[in-house]
Write a protein of this length. Structure first.
Length: 174
């Protein structure tokens, strides 16, 4: 009966009502795991959070995190790409050692390279990042290097609109 009817909200860009949008999309594994041979995968390991893989004699270490992007016209809402970054052996050891540590959030951020191709016109592979650990049970936060000129980096810096979130939903599920 009158008042504020949020359901009548219309997108200022396209005039549609964007509802029921997913706010997390992601990759089950780093892309190198997907491209690895069955033998390489058998010698490696993939869990929900970490991955180790030997490619041509070199071990690679991956950690899953969330590239969080605020949704600017839905205050408090955040969109996340669940994605994998490659870390040095030293970094992954430090993260693994402290995985269940209640003080995990106080670990210094570690450097990593983004290892998933996300649906952007420019490749997202090897964007430099820093991974910030949070308390146990919370997926680490991936902060893209803000100096990199890339649409995904700009989106993390400035946020996205609901209209853009709808576009991402279409790009992933479409
Ligand atoms: Zn729209």
């Amino acid at each position: 009966m009158g008042g504020k009817d949020k359901l009548r909200w219309e997108c200022g860009t396209c005039g549609q009502q964007h509802r029921g949008l997913a706010t997390v999309f992601g990759a089950q594994a780093p892309d190198p795991w997907v491209h690895a041979t069955a033998t390489e995968r058998q010698a490696g390991e993939l869990t929900a959070d970490m991955c180790v893989l030997e490619i041509e004699g070199t071990w690679h270490y991956f950690l899953r995190g969330h590239i969080e992007i605020p949704v600017v016209d839905a205050p408090g809402d955040v969109f996340s790409w669940s994605a994998w970054v490659s870390l040095s052996e030293e970094s992954i050891q430090k993260v693994a050692e402290h995985w269940d540590d209640p003080e995990r959030a106080s670990l210094a951020p570690v450097f990593g390279w983004l290892c998933n191709e996300l649906p952007y016109e420019q490749s997202t592979i090897s964007i430099p990042t820093h991974v910030h650990n949070r308390e146990p049970g919370v997926v680490p936060f991936i902060r893209l290097d803000p100096s990199v000129d890339h649409p995904l980096v700009r989106e993390q810096g400035t946020g996205i609109s609901l209209h853009r979130l709808a576009e991402i939903n279409n790009a992933v599920m479409g």
